[in-house]
Write a new protein. Sequence first.
Length: 329
Amino acid sequence: MRNGMILVTGGAGFIGSNLIAALEARGQTVAVCDRLGQGEKWRNLAKRALAAVVEPEGLGEFLAEKRGQIAAIFHLGAVSATTERDVDLILRTNFTLSERLWDWSAEHGARFFYASSAAVYGDGKAGYDDDPAALARLRPLNPYGWSKLLFDRRVQQLTSGQAPQPPQWAGFRFFNVYGPNEYHKGAMRSVVKQVHERLSAGEPALLFRSHDPAYPDGGQLRDFVAVGDCVDAMLWLYDHPETSGVFNLGTGKARSFAELARAVAAALGREAAIRYVDTPAELRQHYQYFTEAETARLRRVGYDRPFTGLEDGVQHYVKDYLSAADPYL
């Protein structure tokens, strides 16, 4: 299982760097493809021993040089901002590159794992079922979600006929992930991190006011999942090469933003002060009021580990990382 190099695209990012830490703990040889820029993103990799760090522009050359040495690709790199409006950029990164890496993996016998997203489910009217039969009826609300669905559907095409495919493949539909090493994400940081920043500064948590009478302010619901649980599920699939498919990675239990804010406050040992603000008008028509992962398919293939409850997951994140002198994994 541990023979060969593993390439992680987006490896300096949030989920990618958590995955790399777990792979390193197993003794795996890991290479990263990512863009580090001029900020603090490099700190996500600062504690890791890596075989290579490759800029995206050099990925093709790296793959050509290392063919025969790469046993698996975890393709987690993406334009992940749901507010990004450059659709050509989104497609080049989230669809075209994904297809090229799929083809390379199929040609060279490498296993291929990739990040899909719960954003494919749109407003949830078509449900949150990761059954392949549901793909055609899903309607994402933004270009990011559409790009992820587009590749899921392309994989469905490629695996339903005689086209070459990797010896194992899996797509991960991440729900609302929180945990260490997300600090570079700016406005896309988890609500756990954003609430912690404000409460720690003595300011009230800011949550969006509800604009749907079916939900009270702060009663909007999300499936909040700890990044460590996502990594555990990803590695379980890696350890079971007989299993392929697209799988939801969420707890299967929706919780409210107000409950999340109270969990952060409890971890800090203080009362939860909350101030509600209007959802920005440009986001309102695309706003999700409820997400909850269907996890039956993941359980049916044999994954039986429990997912961490919100209060326990938030406490671990706050106590062991956000309140620590060194918050990095």
